[in-house]
Write a protein that binds this ligand. Sequence first.
Ligand code: FES
Length: 143
Amino acid sequence: MTQEFGDKFEELQESIMEDMRKVYSEKVIDHFLNPRNLGRIQPFDGFGEQTGSCGDNMRIYVKVEDGRIINAGFSTNGCGPSIASGSMVTELVKGKGIVEAQRITQDDVLNALGGLPEESLHCALLAASTLKEAIRDYLTFKK
Ligand code: FES
């Protein structure tokens, strides 16, 4: 890579980041670029899959021990905000008891992310409802 190309590339990267900062909080950008808990965990005790109003899909896996969620993972084919929301909801749920975990809402995800633009609010709902589905699955099939 030539110096000139390298400089242009850095300029482009910075301009993309500037545009993102106009729309998204630092938290959203961080969780989008560095998603936590990405992928299926193995083994898992509960699995949820939901399709959002936009047609995008999310999957969440939870591992439960002594009534507490000790691990969680997610995957999605959705947008950047859905990646950030899946990342955040799986962070929020880790360490929580089942009852508390079931109470995690779209608003909790939005607050933890520092908000999302109006047109992306449903991405946080997708994450929260997929988590609920994973917990429901655990409660239905636990021994
Ligand atoms: Fe579909 Fe965000 S999850 S647009």
